[in-house]
Design a protein around this ligand. Structure first.
Ligand code: DO4
Ligand code: MG
Length: 281
């Protein structure tokens, strides 16, 4: 089942997506639905199916959830840590250390304010010359770190700013439009093995593909439960928090995002997240 949100008569409401159409869930947004599924001890899929209108409408999906908090995990794939060590000018092996050690890298990515949904503009900082998409599997958390579902994320980041100095990481990671989520949330019960998903990413410019990459989530070097355990240690994240699990696809400098570029991230079991890049002034 594909769950998400739509805009209807000026309000954001949850919906079930089927065959390109939406079955709205009146009087609930995705956070309400999550809360209610826990209160009623019912799976998200069962509750959504029970509450969704029988009448399917042609309404486009928007941001599938308005997360109160978003976190990113880093250097969880070898490709990300070795790329960053190779190009970074500061401490040798800093990223390999994080890849290897039991404690993962986890950073605050922002709130729903910086998130964009399918079809919305991804941000490029006005002071960055090398902003890259980071295609990632994202986990939607219920209360007490329970996995409620999975979605796709683009942890778009200003790599030149991160490269200049490691202490600039928050500026490379957090700004308007820095996190795309969607197109839908697949409830936990709908993904047999989150560590066996094939992810692809393409960037097209003027209709021409300038980058294409892929990775299997089997290359994720951590258990998702371990990432959640560190995230929620002494940090009681609220229901609806989204955690990005790190990128395994690295875009070369030639693929640095330019305004108008279209970024597509795809996992067949979750869908296709498509966003156009735009400079944020
Ligand atoms: O330390 C830099 C961030 C790494 C990251 O976001 C990733 O590996 O996905
Ligand atoms: Mg990332």
């Amino acid at each position: 089942m594909f769950l998400g949100q739509v805009k209807s008569e000026g309000s954001v409401i949850a919906a079930v997506f089927e065959n390109g159409l939406a079955r709205p869930i009146p009087e609930h947004n995705m956070l309400d639905l999550l809360r209610r599924s826990e209160a009623q001890n019912m799976t998200l899929s069962k509750l959504a199916d029970q509450l969704a209108s029988r009448h399917a409408e042609d309404i486009a999906p928007i941001l599938p959830i308005h997360p109160p908090e978003v976190y990113g995990c880093g250097c969880t794939y070898e490709a990300s840590s070795s790329f960053r060590d190779a190009e970074h000018g500061t401490r040798e092996g800093m990223y390999a250390h994080v890849y290897r050690e039991p404690r993962p890298e986890i950073f605050f990515k922002g709130t729903s304010r910086v998130c964009v949904g399918p079809g919305q503009a991804l941000g490029i900082r006005s002071d960055s010359n090398f902003t890259a998409p980071e295609p990632e599997l994202a986990v939607v958390l219920g209360s007490r770190g329970r996995i409620a579902g999975f979605t796709l994320a683009n942890d778009v980041s200003a790599w030149d700013i991160e490269r200049e100095n490691a202490l600039y990481l928050p500026q490379s990671k957090m700004y308007d439009g820095c996190c795309a989520l969607g197109p839908a949330i697949v409830p936990t019960e709908g993904i047999a093995d989150p560590l066996n998903l094939q992810m692809t990413c393409t960037i097209t410019r003027g209709g021409k593909e300038i980058f294409s990459g892929s990775v299997s989530t089997s290359k994720l070097h951590r258990k998702i439960e371990t990432l959640i355990e560190f995230l929620t240690r002494s940090n009681h994240v609220p229901l609806g928090t989204v955690m990005l699990t790190g990128t395994g696809i690295i875009v070369p400098q030639e693929g640095a995002l330019a305004p108008g570029d279209m970024v597509t991230i795809r996992v067949p079991e979750i869908g296709e997240l498509v966003n156009r890049a735009a400079v944020v002034q």
